[in-house]
Structure formats: structure tokens, C-alpha cells
Design a protein around this ligand. Structure first.
Ligand code: 8YV
Length: 315
């Protein structure tokens, strides 16, 4: 039997791509210049697809892959995948949960520390020689402040544990109340109104698009900082920029953006904003574990007809 044909729709790191190429016939769709011609030639025998967490995969692309059996996502988020369409076609969709939870939660914690205690601004202050002229600014103690988490999944819970260790108070909102020692606030605007930090940790996709809108930001108000480690699409980005420009909110710590790697120009010059280049899972250990799991799902499917981490909507 020849190895299964796999369509690769995003650039993959060598520690994933090299083992993939050893076991599968990989087709680099993402670099093809004439994509329709590429699909006409290869689409008919593709049985698997590998993509990044937020790589868009359209139903039109999938329609050109009639023999597709599985999409293995290199990432926990699969907001780029049309899951309902996949259900109808019987296409399995897998992701890489758990292995990146701690790293992503660490980034949320770091953004809380960097924005709340002004650490990035203070680093700039030292480098610019400001300390030679005056003492550093005073900031606000984190212990005792309130953290509102939008989306208390695996990553949201790991964030809650970390901020609890700082003595911060946790409340959350999401689709359902959970059996957890944190207060559930059903309404996002009400959660924002009572929070000093509003941390976005929910999945991306149509259901959460622009959930953090101008009203939510107004409720968060001058005391509040937005932290986003999830997806840029969950925050209405122009509304966020406007709220920061107008001083409606205190600041923002952002690891994700609506149109990555492009970041709204206005944010680049704001002193009360910390910007990271989507590094939630960006450690050697975690990316390796994500790569291993991404391939393990393909291997399990083609060897046993079962997958390891099917997305919950298809379970
Ligand atoms: C990665 C992510 O940057 O897991 C996710 O959903 O957004 C990140 O961990 C991405 O998936 C790499 O493709």
C-alpha cells in the first residue's frame, strides 16, 4: 500500500514535518502558486489534511478533496475548520488539547504581571535612562484584584489557578456554570463591570466573534485591563483601539490579534499596552508535544481507524 496522501495547508516546523514526510506523501498546498491547478491534479487522492490552529480551511477547499478522511490540526484551536461541514461528510477533526495548557496560561499570567505592574514600561524606563533622573512609578498591588475569565475551559482553569496563587479573586463566564470554586457570572458585561482584569480564554469562531465589544469595554471601565491569549476575533479590535485611545479602559495585554501578524498601528505607540506575537504555545517542549500529537492522530486513524483527540463537537 502506498502511504496516504496528506495536504499541508500551513508551514509546519521541521520536528513535525520531517516525521510526517517519512510516513506520508505530503503535498505543500500552502506554497502552491496555482492552487486550482494543484487541487485538480492532487485533490482526488488526498486522504488527510494538516493545518495550523487558525489556518482557514473553507468548504470550497474541502469540496475539492472528495476522499478526505481526517483534518489534523496542529493547535488546540480549530476555529479555521468548518466542523459542521466535516460532520456531514464524516471527516474526522482532531486538535492538540492539554499539551499546551500550561504554556498558554503562563502567557496570560505574564500579561497580567506586565500590564498590571507596568513591567514592560519600566523596562523601557531603565533602558532610556529615566531611572537616573527620577524614581520609578508606583503601580497597583495585584493581590486582592479581581480577574474575570471569559471561557473557563482547560486553559481558563489553569489561568485561574495561577492568579489565585497571587491572591487574586476569580470569577468567570461561559456557556454553562461549572462545578468549580469560582463564581459564575452569566453575563459578560456584568463580569467586565466587576473585574480589574478581563481575561479572554474562550475558543474562537463564529460563536464568539466580537463578543468583547464596545459595551463590554465600557463596563470594564478605567480600572480595567483586557488580556487576550485566545483569538483576536473574540475582541472587536477597532472598539478596543478606540477604548484605549479614549481612556475608557486602563490597558491591554494581547498575545493574539484579528489579522495576525498585522497589529493595529495605533497600539504600537501606546504605553499601557503589552503586545506579544502569539507565543502562547511557543516553547520547544510544547510545540514538540503538539507536533507529536498532531501526527499521532493521523497515525492512529490510518492504522486503526480511531483518533486520539477528536474535537468535542464530533464526539
Ligand atoms: C499555535 C494556537 O500558534 O493552539 C492554538 O490554537 O493558536 C497556537 O498554539 C498554532 O496553533 C500553531 O499552528
Amino acid at each position: 500500500m502506498p502511504p496516504p496522501d496528506i495536504l499541508v495547508t500551513a508551514a509546519l516546523p521541521p520536528f513535525l514535518y520531517d516525521p510526517l514526510k517519512a510516513d506520508y506523501r505530503c503535498h505543500d498546498y500552502y506554497v502552491a502558486t496555482d492552487k486550482p491547478a494543484f487541487l485538480a491534479a492532487q485533490g482526488g487522492h488526498i486522504r488527510g489534511l494538516v493545518q495550523g490552529g487558525h489556518t482557514p480551511t473553507t468548504p470550497a477547499l474541502l469540496a475539492a478533496l472528495p476522499k478526505l478522511e481526517i483534518i489534523s490540526v496542529f493547535g488546540v484551536g480549530y476555529d479555521g475548520v468548518p466542523v459542521d461541514y466535516c460532520r456531514q461528510r464524516g471527516i474526522k477533526v482532531t486538535n492538540t488539547p492539554d499539551v499546551l495548557t500550561d504554556d498558554v496560561a503562563d502567557v496570560a499570567l505574564a500579561l497580567i504581571l506586565m500590564t498590571g505592574r507596568g513591567f514592560v514600561r519600566l523596562d523601557r524606563f531603565v533602558r532610556a535612562g529615566g531611572w537616573l533622573e527620577r524614581g520609578p512609578e508606583l503601580t497597583t498591588k495585584l493581590g486582592g484584584q479581581k480577574v474575570g475569565i471569559l471561557g473557563l475551559g482547560r486553559i481558563g482553569k489553569a489561568i485561574a489557578q495561577r492568579v489565585e496563587a497571587l491572591g487574586m479573586a476569580v470569577a468567570y463566564t461561559g456557556r454553562t456554570r461549572q462545578d468549580v470554586p469560582y463564581r459564575f457570572v452569566p453575563d459578560l458585561t456584568a463580569l467586565a463591570a466587576e473585574s480589574d482584569f478581563l481575561v479572554v480564554a474562550s475558543p474562537g469562531g463564529a460563536a464568539t466573534r466580537n463578543l468583547v465589544n464596545a459595551d463590554v469595554l465600557a463596563a470594564l471601565g478605567k480600572k480595567g485591563i483586557v488580556v487576550n491569549i485566545a483569538r483576536g476575533s473574540i475582541i472587536d479590535e477597532p472598539a478596543l483601539v478606540a477604548a484605549l485611545q479614549a481612556g475608557t479602559i486602563k490597558g491591554a495585554g494581547l498575545d493574539v490579534f484579528a489579522d495576525e501578524p498585522r497589529v493595529p498601528a495605533a497600539l504600537l505607540t501606546m504605553d499601557n499596552v503589552v503586545l506579544l506575537p502569539h507565543v502562547g504555545s511557543a516553547t520547544h517542549e510544547t510545540r514538540q508535544a503538539m507536533g507529536d500529537l498532531c501526527k499521532a492522530n493521523l497515525d492512529a486513524w490510518f492504522r486503526t481507524g480511531k483518533v486520539l483527540t477528536l474535537v468535542p463537537e464530533l464526539a
